[in-house]
Design a protein around this ligand. Structure first.
Ligand SMILES: Cc1cc2nc3c(=O)[nH]c(=O)nc-3n(C[C@H](O)[C@H](O)[C@H](O)COP(=O)(O)OP(=O)(O)OC[C@H]3O[C@@H](n4cnc5c(N)ncnc54)[C@H](O)[C@@H]3O)c2cc1C
Length: 289
């Protein structure tokens, strides 16, 4: 199918983008990498009157370390993260996750901010943002506000973003020396959206886990933090009985549902398998989860 007719305009400032959002209301859509938006247009799932191309807003591009945070600009493409030495050194969780994200052609255009704004529950970046305690910076052209990732993802494809706001960047606290990360997922084919995935951050000291943040993707309406599993594993070494208790607690932590290909029961089982792999990788850094 072909997209419906729409007007196209390119802006170079946040203020101009917001002004168009206010002028056209629900008839306007921001266009970043277009890798989700154009597909929904082509399938006629969305029929906006005007597309506001924001890729010319220079301030939204790039990765930087400033004031103790790693800042990922909203228009940073997936491929830029994949190739960034800075990200690999300062927040390797993103480097571990990015090969799972779609295919090279999509990573060449799709953006970090577009993925976070779209909030697909099976997407990698929302789960990583939550696991690495990211904070979103949102702007309405006049004022900026900050929202923790844990408060941003509200429900299926629903976020705390206001209709006249843009995501400017996501900032992550720079991890300490003991902080380690693990990411893995299972998909029907490499590059497909995950059936189930997991992003984990935790401190490892003397083989003991602490301050864990365990987040699943694909098993609920939003990225799901597994607080029960975190409690079962914090302060522990990860021996079989501890892992079994953590896996058992997932029944309270996640809420998978049946889809065309995979039952909720199978997803629950796979979540346990991935938890086990991720914990092993966290404890034995460098081991592929
Ligand atoms: C075949 C295929 C496979 C894919 N597989 C995966 C996958 O495995 N994992 C995955 O995570 N993604 C996957 N994607 C989606 C891809 O990652 C997209 O790039 C991403 O979800 C959206 O980013 P974008 O820059 O392309 O946004 P766009 O498509 O341009 O926009 C998406 C939505 O976000 C809004 N938006 C964009 N930028 C901002 C901003 N700065 N502030 C506020 N709102 C904004 C837009 O208005 C729109 O509603 C896949 C896509 C395709 C086509």
């Amino acid at each position: 199918m072909k997209a419906p007719r729409f007007a196209y305009t390119r802006v170079t400032t946040v203020a101009d983008a917001v002004s168009l959002l206010r002028q056209h209301g629900d008839d306007a859509r921001l266009l970043a990498g277009g890798q989700t938006l154009l597909a929904t247009l082509n399938m006629r799932l969305s029929e906006p009157v005007v597309l506001v191309d924001i890729t010319g807003i220079e301030a939204l591009h790039g990765v930087a370390v400033q004031d103790g945070f790693l800042r990922i600009g909203a228009l940073t493409r997936h491929v830029d993260i994949e190739r960034s030495e800075l990200v690999a050194q300062r927040l390797p969780l993103l480097t571990q996750a990015v090969p799972f994200l779609a295919h090279a052609a999509i990573r060449n255009r799709g953006t970090f901010g577009g993925s976070v704004a779209f909030a697909d529950p099976a997407a990698e970046w929302p789960a990583c943002a939550l696991a690495a305690d990211g904070e979103l910076i949102l702007s309405n052209g006049t004022n900026e506000r900050r929202v923790m990732a844990g408060d941003f993802f509200i429900d299926l494809y629903q976020t705390d973003l206001h209709p006249d706001e843009l995501i400017i960047a996501v900032e992550f606290p720079l991890p300490g020396r003991q902080r380690r990360f693990a990411f893995t997922e299972l998909a029907r084919r490499h590059g497909d959206y995950a059936i189930v995935g997991i992003a984990v951050a935790g401190d490892i000291s003397g083989g003991v886990m602490g301050d864990l943040r365990i987040v699943f993707l694909g098993v609920g309406n939003t990225p799901m933090r597994a607080l029960g599993a975190e409690t079962a594993l914090n302060g522990k070494r990860g021996d079989p009985a501890v892992l079994a208790a953590a896996i058992a607690s997932l029944s309270e932590d996640i809420a998978p549902s049946d889809d065309l290909y995979t039952s909720a029961a199978a997803k629950s089982h796979l979540a346990g398998v991935l938890l086990q792999r991720a914990v092993k990788s966290l404890l034995h850094e460098g081991e592929t989860p």
